[in-house]
Design a protein around this ligand. Sequence first.
Ligand code: DSN
Length: 441
Amino acid sequence: MAKQDPIFELIDAEKKRQSEGLELIPSENYVSANVLKAMGSILTNKYSEGYPGKRYYGGQENIDPIETLAIERAKELFHADHANVQPHSGANANEAVYFSWCEPGDTILAMSLPAGGHLTHGSPVTRSAKIYNFVGYGVTKEGDIDYDEMERLAKEHHPKIILVGFSAFMKIPDFDRVQKIADEVSREAGHEILLMADMAHVAGLIAGGVHPNPLEHGFQVMTTTTHKTLRGPRGGLIVSMGKVSSPLRKPEHTLENIPTLIDRAVFPGTQGGPLEHIIAAKAVAFEEDLQPEFADYARSVVENAQVLATELQRLGFKLQGGGTENHLILIDVKDSYGIDGKFYEIALDRVGLTLNANALPSDKGGAFRPSGVRLGTPAMTTRDLGAEEMLKLAGWMKQVLDICVAAGDEDGLGGHVAELDAIRAEVRELALNFPVPGIEK
Ligand code: DSN
């Protein structure tokens, strides 16, 4: 019966799309067959509200050790005192942290969305922005965090949380500098300031030891998604430093108690039943991330991004921040070639190269027709593409760009079908030589 459901045909079509194209979206990756196996397991049948040893339903003799393993592995991965593996997503993880530490109306200082921050860091369209007072800091001309502005705004607004995190930022944050700012402002303000890092994009680089761990630089809390550079199932994670106590009793509102305040904020504060099939898959991914090969992977992600960035620049593309120190590249296609990011995204999709149009700090183009595109190397590196393939990829990107300039707009691409098909065939041939984990050939 199930075979006749068109859903399964669509899943097969998606397998083909993933196998025959190259995934350049920097927030995507491919999970292992074991992660898929855990996600697709009968654990989805089980309710387990609460935490290991403190559940509101019976029958937890297998669920408790699964969640405990996920917690212990996450703590080991990030050298944390505590881990909450239940957030359904990065957005939920962030919301739970805000809820754990702030009262309505409190101020949270975070990177603004146009500068490279994330929607959940205070965009006015979010629920959090209606509850808390978000103040946004920006980036410098060189693409680094504007720490002077952060300091000035912290002194002016006395935030409860200073948040360092991003979804389009190519530098390594200076966590020590942020800690110094928080120490000084917290004395002036007369309250503790929670230092929170949303490392959704680079958590795998931190786990692999190629980027600094904010928890080792004075930050109390780090949130992340588990599906980007960590190569786990789609979901969220909060790791923190402090004293761990029973979530059944509300502890005093101190930074030291942040682990327990977070547990209470996740459940029952903002979520109901945990997704134990996803938590099992997180545990499987964390174990993979603890292996020495994962450190090699993390290093290769950054090396591939740097080769790709250098070659794109050689071909004439202007990159935000002048290059990259992580897995992300942001191209200013408008300034480089006069076309907008959405048009370029559509044309690249046509040849099997998937990325996303993205606003730039200076952008006036709006979210749907922004001036830039964002790409990255985590997924391609999982498929074992290396420097040679990065050079080929940059070449195809330039060819597609030239076609876009000649075509003028999306309708104009119709006059370039043969050229686009020829590039599509080359992309497909290369992609099929680098199988997607979990998809049989
Ligand atoms: N949507 C993710 C990204 O692509 O950066 C962040 O949550």
